[in-house]
Design a protein around this ligand. Structure first.
Ligand SMILES: [Zn+2]
Length: 511
């Protein structure tokens, strides 16, 4: 049902095409939002004031056909929408929308005669009075308007040996079809477009690539071992649907591998996934914080800022995809001691500990990621004993003896060294397929933060902050996403008992 606003959009959007250029982007300005409607896509630039991304009220007025009246005496701004009004006051984080008070994350900003409002204004204020849906999607930087159907689609791939499982979470639930077309599968949605985050393949033998097809389709390019597929729909979160597509491999004889029985439809199918280990809690340790900046790049990027950004992304990815509990050792820019970080993981009975850092070198050319696990050598006999030495038999009250493990807290990591090594090798291999790696990408070192961790633990140097090109990469969304994807894949492999095993034993006699 077209409303007045929806009909007004085409003209308004054309105007915006020209005004978009006048709001030229400063070099560090974020990419503009895109306003999507049946009539097309138009950029809506933002400006950042005090860390808050804002839209110019003039731009919004042109796009959404608003009237603007400034009250020079009271200093406020009245925005008229379909006979209703929104009142903004300088320095007020509260706006009145058709007589109702709503809060904004920051007061409006002003630059010369122009007013700016936090991007949330669009959903919190405009959306209430517009008379047509206006949805702000911050992660994809979209504003979806009118009756434009643009479901969000998040995809992931789990390599499970003879099967690769491709999962798409679609919200809201949208009718779709899946069909084979030569060497690919086409997943088509009954929608005007899709807002998709597609996975990079981690099972190239079965899935060569996943890419957008047209405006509302996804093409799954099949790999050389493809034999057959099957698909099922499961209920998703918040009215969404989860589409599970299993790509089944040929056996070595060239016939399809036997298809495991289908699991009940109310739970995701498990197939040949052996529950080798259960993973409930992961602790992510964003290195440094507070007064401790860590490494500094030539342009001033602080290691502590990159580590918290990646940690937050990794937390969201692990929680969203694996359904595990994820705890960060610091939530904001605060100082946390090294032993406290391990203690937090121990107290929460974490199953995995991942410490995130960025490297520094006096050689500006040094580049690439490195993965560490603890080296026990510096800790001497005490550590060797804790790692696997004989247990001590201690007398107990009431007679008899009882074996107890005498492991000083500071040696907690010793008994997990082998598992930490496996996890570190798995992380290294997974990152290597996505990122430049240092010539020494896998190492053992006596990192204090790992010593007390009572679970498999690794430390990842994501790149060299002191290398100008890597500094830019480390601060970029694309590079951070690659780090997160690599770590998520490694966690899945480790959880499923498919970690990279230790190489053939080399003689490592104690000296
Ligand atoms: Zn560091």
């Amino acid at each position: 049902m077209p409303t007045r606003l929806a009909r007004a959009l085409p003209v308004a959007l054309l105007v915006a095409l020209f005004t978009g250029a006048s709001a030229a982007q400063a070099p560090q300005s974020p990419a503009p939002y895109t306003v999507v409607s049946r009539d097309g896509r138009r950029p809506l630039p933002t400006r950042t004031f005090d860390g808050q991304e804002m839209f110019a009220v003039d731009d919004l007025a042109r796009l959404f056909t608003l009237s603007i009246k400034e009250d020079t005496i009271a200093g406020g701004l009245t925005i008229g929408v379909r006979g209703q009004s929104i009142l903004l006051s300088p320095n007020q984080e509260i706006a009145s929308v058709a007589g109702r008070l709503i809060s904004l994350p920051a007061p409006p900003a002003r630059d010369g005669g122009a007013w700016f409002v936090p991007v949330d204004f669009v959903s919190r204020a405009l959306g209430i009075v517009a008379g047509t849906p206006i949805e702000l999607r911050k992660p994809s930087r979209l504003i979806v308007t009118g009756d434009f159907r643009m479901p969000r689609v998040g995809g992931r791939i789990e390599p499970l040996g003879a099967i690769a499982r491709l999962t798409f979470d679609v919200a809201p639930s949208t009718p779709h079809t899946i069909a084979q077309d030569g060497n690919r599968l086409l997943l088509r949605f009954e929608a005007d477009a899709i807002d998709a985050a597609l996975p990079t393949t981690s099972a190239p033998e079965l899935i060569a690539a996943v890419r957008l097809e047209g405006t509302a389709g996804i093409s799954i390019e099949l790999g050389p071992r493809y034999a057959s597929f099957r698909a099922s729909d499961l209920p998703g979160d918040r009215g969404g649907v989860r589409i599970v597509i299993e790509i089944i491999a040929k056996t070595t004889e060239g016939t399809p591998a036997p298809i495991p029985p289908t699991a009940p439809t109310d739970t995701p199918p498990l197939l040949d996934l052996v529950p080798v280990g259960t993973l409930r809690t992961v602790v992510i340790d964003p290195g440094h914080g507070g007064a401790e900046d860590g490494a500094r790049g030539p342009s001033g990027t602080a290691e502590k800022a990159v580590t918290i950004q990646v940690a937050r992304r990794l937390k969201a990815a692990l929680e969203g995809r694996l359904g595990v509990r994820v705890i960060l050792t610091r939530e904001g820019d605060s100082a946390v001691g090294l032993d406290e970080r391990a203690a937090l993981a121990n107290n929460n009975k974490a199953d995995l500990f991942i410490s995130l850092h960025a490297n520094a070198s006096v050689r500006p050319a040094a580049a690439g990621a490195e993965v560490f696990y603890l080296s026990l050598e510096e800790y001497g006999d005490e550590a060797q004993r804790a790692a696997g030495g004989p247990r001590e038999a201690l007398p107990v009250f009431g007679g008899g003896v009882r074996d107890i493990e005498v492991v000083p807290w500071r040696m907690a990591q010793a008994k997990y060294i082998d598992q930490s090594g496996t996890f570190a090798r798995t992380v290294e291999a997974s990152l290597r397929s996505r990122l430049p790696m240092s010539p020494r990408a896998l190492m053992q070192a006596p990192f204090r933060v790992l010593v007390g961790a009572n679970m498999p633990a690794v430390l990842v140097e994501m790149g060299f902050m002191t290398n100008p090109a890597q500094e830019t990469q480390l601060a970029s969304e694309a590079y951070q996403t690659d780090v997160v994807e690599g770590l998520v894949e490694a966690v899945i492999q480790f959880r499923d008992g498919r970690g990279v095993p230790a190489p053939a034993p080399v003689q490592s006699e104690r000296r």
